[in-house]
Design a protein around this ligand. Structure first.
Ligand code: PNS
Length: 162
């Protein structure tokens, strides 16, 4: 079962955090192939990192996981999942506050593609407060993000915000 199952972990990853990485490592142990898929969203204004740089950072931090692929997608997630032959969508839930939005997305995706299962996973408790948004904010206000993101991401953020 594990060998054949393709799972997709979609998101913005702007940038990838230690919380994302923790979830990727956990999911890579459960599924035969895990696709980390970055949404290409030209309408979402003001991305911190352009998508190609997000791809680069993700590829650097998942290099030790042979069954993990990094890709981008546009359009509906369920259509992309079908093209990738995926049966599972993985999403992380940190706190109760994530649940409502995640439930809505999961049920909408189920409406669109009944055979595709959404699996919610919990990151390590140490990362339950962590988000890309807060990392960007703390870094741009001069706070330390050393414990929050992989070293390559920290270096790139530092180079950006000075
Ligand atoms: O990291 P994010 O920003 O919470 O990820 C959201 C994402 C990319 C998973 C979601 O916006 C998405 O799947 N977008 C693709 C468009 C789509 O399929 N929309 C309908 C899903 S309810």
């Amino acid at each position: 079962m594990k060998q054949q199952t393709v799972a997709i972990y979609p998101g913005s990853f702007d940038p990838v955090t230690n919380g994302h990485l923790d979830l990727i490592e956990r999911a890579s142990k459960l599924f035969g192939h895990l696709v980390v898929a970055i949404l290409l969203n030209p309408e979402k204004d003001g991305p911190f990192f352009p998508v190609p740089e997000r791809v680069e950072m993700l590829k650097e931090v998942v290099g030790h996981l042979p069954n993990v692929e990094v890709d981008t997608f546009k359009g509906l997630l369920v259509d992309y999942a079908r093209r990738k032959d995926a049966r599972v969508i993985v999403r992380g839930i940190r706190a109760v506050s994530d649940y409502e939005y995640e439930l809505q997305m999961a049920l909408m995706n189920r409406q669109l593609a009944p055979d595709l299962e959404t699996v919610f996973m919990l990151p390590a408790q140490a990362y339950s407060y962590l988000s890309s948004h807060l990392v960007r904010e703390v870094a741009s206000l001069g706070g330390s993000i050393k414990e929050l993101v992989p070293p390559t991401v920290e270096a790139r953020i530092r180079a950006k915000v000075g």
